[in-house]
Design a binder for this molecule. Structure first.
Ligand code: TYD
Length: 353
């Protein structure tokens, strides 16, 4: 197949396919399409083996454990499964962890993306879809960012994503690789690792523990249900124009405090569980995306915030065995470290004396 030719993808490599968006996207592909899927995931911490187990009997899906930075492995996978499209969902994604230690972010996001791009170029794959984020634009206090807005990342995480996006664009320009960058607002839904605001609030509330809200809790985000994102990703894999950036958002903007209050209401828990803690360093007060470009392709979000949050809360209530080992194991250790350091606050605790 010639690079850039617009044929429907037949065989997709989904990197990070055992993570939050990856798991949901693979499930979507197996339910709604007839493509072949191969997942490469390091199962570092947010990627869960139990996410992979659910489609283990499916002939159309294979799983390979490994890091995307391992060029030999990724090339072997691409050749073995005759991959024509890479959808890069592999990343370290938590801003707070990037403040504690940037190196895993540079490794997985920047170096990992470059390794994938090199392979896509050499094997002349038909498409390279990069999952990105509204955070690359930095704080957007008024209006909405469009796909051409300046890139001014605030956090080490966002800076890593911005760097990776630049590499993706450069491979489109320099080598003619058919690339696409998808920038979404905050995504929530089933199977999200407990460190993020929505699952963290659900699990704290289920344990009657205080929910740490940074600062005054009036920071604003747009929120999209993961299944709506999966529909958008599949649409863009098929009809997205090479070299383009596409925003995916719901336009549903909420203060963090409001978001957590919705969750408390659904769980019939008191608002006294809300607890203000010192703010995240460099915290962007607001993100907002315009998304007319994907709307012009026929995509609209279908799940309301009420419905999405209800489904998410019910999923966590019904899937205790999924999150319990995380809540008491890796997440508990991280939680102690991060919120402990945060409560000491002041520049000294961040090594900036
Ligand atoms: P998060 O889920 O970490 O996503 P992102 O930082 O990518 O937007 O956080 C969403 C919002 O919730 C963000 O403004 C930070 C805030 N937040 C808290 O107030 N307390 C917390 O413990 C966490 C994890 C996030």
């Amino acid at each position: 197949m010639v690079m850039g030719e617009r044929e429907n993808p037949q065989s997709l490599l989904i990197t990070g396919g055992a993570g939050f968006i990856g798991t949901n996207f693979v499930r979507y592909l197996l339910r709604h399409t007839d493509v072949q899927v191969v997942v490469v995931d390091a199962l570092a911490y947010a990627g869960q083996h139990c996410n992979v187990e659910q489609w283990q009997g499916d002939q159309r899906c294979s799983f390979v454990r490994g890091h995307i930075e391992n060029a030999e492995l990724v090339e072997y996978v691409c050749r073995t499964y005759a991959v024509d499209t890479i959808v890069n969902l592999a990343a370290q994604t938590h801003v707070d962890r990037s403040i504690l230690d940037v190196h895993p972010f540079v490794e997985a996001i920047v170096r990992g993306t470059v390794v994938l791009l090199e392979i896509a170029r050499r094997l002349r794959l038909s498409r390279f879809v990069q999952m990105s984020t509204d955070e690359v634009y930095g704080e957007c206090l008024v209006g909405e960012c469009s796909e051409g807005s300046p890139i001014v990342p605030s956090s080490p995480y966002a800076a890593s994503k911005a760097a990776a996006d630049s590499f993706v664009q450069s491979y489109g320009r320099t080598y003619g690789l058919s690339t696409l960058i998808v920038r979404s607002c905050n995504v929530y839904g089933p199977s999200q690792f407990p460190e993020k605001l929505v699952p963290m609030s659900i699990l704290c509330a289920l344990h009657d523990e205080l929910i740490p809200l940074y600062g005054d809790g009036t920071q604003r985000r747009q929120w999209l249900f993961v299944e709506d994102l999966c529909r958008a990703l599949w649409l863009l894999c098929r009809v997205g124009q090479p070299g383009q950036v596409y925003h995916v958002s719901s336009g549903i903007e909420q203060e963090n405090r409001e978001m957590v209050e919705h969750i408390l209401q659904l769980l019939r828990k008191p608002r006294t569980l809300l607890s203000s803690v010192p703010d995240r360093p460099g915290h962007d007060r607001r993100y907002a995306l315009r998304w007319d470009k994907i709307r012009d392709l026929g995509w609209e979000p279908q799940i309301s915030l009420e419905e999405g949050l209800k489904q998410t809360v019910e999923w966590y209530q019904a899937n205790r065995s999924w999150w319990e080992p995380l809540w008491t194991g890796p997440y508990a250790r991280y939680r102690q470290q991060w919120y402990g350091q945060l409560s000491q606050s002041g520049a000294a605790s961040w090594g900036m004396v």
